[in-house]
Write a protein that binds this ligand. Structure first.
Ligand code: 7PM
Length: 295
């Protein structure tokens, strides 16, 4: 199957594929998005500035382990994190995307909220925009529309600096669904076709543990939006809260949560541990073959 000028198309086998700037994402099976953080303060990857070679080697390894797309982020969205300037974010991610685009065959996702970074990243070879602010920043809707690549819209209550202080919802699932519905409508009005959108409830982003658990339990209610669902649960603090484990010991629980997400309707999983997640998903799909429906 080859990419066409359409952003999505149904084949005669009823598979759905997304055109990520000429690289294809097959949504007829569970898609694994491998996380590559270029931040100096990322809690999962540690260390200070990663070299370009280190970043590319990590991306290569994740592709060998079964990643379908690599998500590159230069702004830490960790609870309590400080904002990063446009230039700082460009300096972190653009050289890495440029090198990765030549080194790996799969689509590259840019995790950003800034329109300048969206434009530069796609020019450097990214083919997917992952925005934890769901294109709410000034100019982001227009920038994303002009790039003609798929966009993941994530729900977040508040801002990273303060979002975990005291999250409050009447019904977290209804509020997340309604927010995502409004963002889908804003995107369509800005000229981004619905077929190019993915939604994400934003586990851990302005949510207490019980909110995260309810969102996962009732994830299927987001299917009403008619778009594929992405879930990011890997190594998140809800596991630390429930099991009392540090971030480097959250692999097994992360895989368990990923499987529940797929069972409840997720098509894409954003994960750090690609090999373990891929093996678990292969077992799941051996038991429950996907029908080709993605939303
Ligand atoms: C520190 C704490 C560093 C938390 C990084 C994080 C998601 C995302 C992130 C998600 C989408 C992490 C988060 N999480 N994008 N970016 N969905 N679409 O755990 O759940 O990686 S950053």
């Amino acid at each position: 199957m080859t990419a066409t000028t359409n952003s999505s198309l149904k084949t005669k086998h009823s598979e759905l594929v997304l055109d990520c700037g000429g690289r294809v994402l097959d949504l007829s099976r569970t898609v694994i998005m491998g996380v590559l953080n270029i931040t100096p303060d990322s809690f999962s990857d540690g260390g200070f500035f990663m070299s370009r070679d280190t970043a590319v080697a990590h991306a290569r390894k994740m592709v060998e382990e079964g990643a379908d797309i690599i998500d590159v982020g230069g702004e830490s969205t960790r609870p309590g994190a400080q904002a990063v300037s446009v230039q700082e974010e460009l300096d972190r991610v653009i050289p890495v995307i440029d090198a990765m685009a030549r080194a790996i065959p799969v689509p590259i996702s840019i995790d950003t909220s800034k329109p300048e970074v969206m434009r530069a990243a796609v020019a450097a070879g990214a083919g997917f925009i992952n925005d934890v602010r769901a294109l709410r920043e000034e100019g982001a809707l227009q920038a994303a529309a002009a790039q003609q690549v798929p966009v993941c819209l994530m729900h977040m209550q508040g801002e990273p600096r303060s979002m975990q202080h005291h999250p409050v919802y009447a019904d977290v699932v209804v509020e997340v669904r309604d927010f995502l519905q409004r963002r889908i409508e804003a995107c369509v009005a800005a000229g981004i076709p619905r077929q190019r959108l993915i939604v994400d409830p934003g586990f851990g982003f302005g949510k207490a543990v019980e909110h995260n658990l309810e969102l996962l339990q009732r994830l299927g209610e987001l299917r009403a939006l008619g778009t594929p669902i992405l879930a990011g649960l890997s190594r998140k603090s809800m596991i630390g809260a429930l099991l009392g484990l540090p971030v480097e010991q959250r692999l097994q629980a992360s895989v368990a949560l990923a499987l529940i997400a797929v069972q409840n309707g997720a098509t894409m999983l954003r994960v750090h541990d690609v090999r373990a997640t891929r093996e678990a998903i292969r077992m799941f799909e051996a038991v429950y073959p996907r029908t080709g429906e993605v939303a």
